[in-house]
Design a binder for this molecule. Structure first.
Ligand SMILES: Nc1ncnc2c1ncn2[C@@H]1O[C@H](COP(=O)(O)OP(=O)(O)O)[C@@H](O)[C@H]1O
Ligand code: SF4
Ligand SMILES: [Mg+2]
Length: 338
């Protein structure tokens, strides 16, 4: 499709450690179209950050290395691009924001300084124009007293305000796509909702595509058009947000949905999927979710499920979605019913 902004195909990012080779991202494919908001969701350790860092070649290396796959930005394979080209694209056409804005903002420079610099690196404008545009950007992201904040240092702002500033910096050059890795995780719920609203607004007004990485399916439900569910380095389910929430097919996705806190049931104990995400290993046997799955059966221990296509761009990596197994199950049901 011509409106594909970002297309990752069979990405393999491995870490070469003393304990051996870790396939942290093991064959991940995903596409983000123009103006689309796509979520990557999964518990901590599923490979979400390594996937997003791979896009802009920011995986710490060594020990990390991209050992397979392609990452296309429009028609260009970024894995073949020069360092200079990647530097040009970063912040200009593809922007990134992270969980803790304090690590991305320089404590020694004022907000105005950092915004102006972001603008002047990529756009040929003079200091006065950069100043004006910086104030405009701060207003756009809902920062009150924008002119005064220009002279503030990062530590003078609250966490929510700092994340707004980071969004302003990352949006300053009108990127085609914003990659946001857990942008609201460190913030309290009210501020989190405001930041998500802001991202939604920027997506609507500027048609910026967003790849939103989060462990929280509740966040995905707020703003994403489509969801990719990751588990232990692989995509396990994919579909529109509506479909995934209404009709999840993978047992892991079902578990994540059960874990979303319900607003009206404040006193209830929150469900969490028993066990933890296994560390990916080379040559892992069977389904990676088998030890935590209530539907695990013999086949799940000996064979690794592929990503089954369910039509309508829906995919699920579970044998229960394999047509032959589904048929056996429904025949058995029919037999017991008769
Ligand atoms: N610097 C590193 N060295 C070795 N392994 C790493 C490193 N960073 C990440 N990993 C491996 O990659 C896996 C996925 O990490 P990550 O992408 O950060 O997960 P997520 O963002 O989903 O919480 C980790 O469980 C770990 O095994
Ligand atoms: S393949 Fe088996 S273990 Fe894996 S999610 Fe499906 S039922 Fe569970
Ligand atoms: Mg992460």
């Amino acid at each position: 499709m011509s409106d594909e902004i970002l297309k990752i195909t069979s990405l393999q990012t491995h870490f070469f450690t003393d304990q051996g080779e870790i396939p942290a991202v093991d064959g991940v494919s995903l596409t983000v179209h123009k103006g689309e908001v796509v979520g990557i969701v999964g518990e901590s350790g599923c490979g979400k950050s390594v996937t997003s860092l791979s896009i802009m070649q920011l995986v710490p290396s060594p020990p990390g290395k991209i050992v397979g796959g392609t990452i296309h930005y429009k028609s260009e394979n970024l894995l073949n691009a020069s360092k200079k080209r990647i530097k040009d694209i970063r912040g200009n056409e593809i922007s990134m924001i992270f969980q803790e804005p304090m690590t991305s903002l320089d404590p020694l420079f004022t907000i105005g300084n950092q915004l102006r610099e972001a603008l002047q690196i990529h756009k040929k404008i003079n200091k006065k124009q950069a100043n004006q545009k910086s104030i405009e950007m701060l207003k756009l992201v809902g920062i009150p007293r924008a002119e005064e904040v220009m002279n503030d240092y990062p530590h003078q702002l609250s966490g929510g305000m700092r994340q707004r500033v980071m969004i302003a910096i990352s949006m300053a050059c009108d990127p085609e796509i914003l990659i946001a890795d857990e942008p609201t995780t460190a913030l309290d719920v009210t501020i989190q909702a405001q930041i998500l609203d802001l991202m939604k607004k920027l997506n609507h007004e500027k048609d910026t595509a967003i790849l939103l990485i989060t462990h929280d399916l509740g966040v995905v439900a707020e703003i994403c058009d489509r969801v990719i569910v990751m588990y232990a380095g692989q995509v396990v389910e994919e579909g529109t947000t509506r479909e995934i929430l209404k009709n999840p097919t993978h047992p892991y996705t079902k578990g994540l949905i059960r874990s979303i806190p319900k607003l009206h049931e404040k006193d209830q104990k929150l469900y969490s999927i028993p066990g933890t995400v296994p560390k990916p290993k080379m040559g892992m046997l069977g389904c990676r979710f088998k030890d935590r799955c209530e539907f695990a059966h013999d086949r799940c221990f000996s064979e690794a499920p592929e990503l089954f296509s369910l039509g309508n761009n829906r995919y699920s990596r579970c044998f229960l979605l394999d047509d032959t197994e589904r048929k056996v199950a429904s025949d058995a049901e029919a037999n017991t019913g008769s």
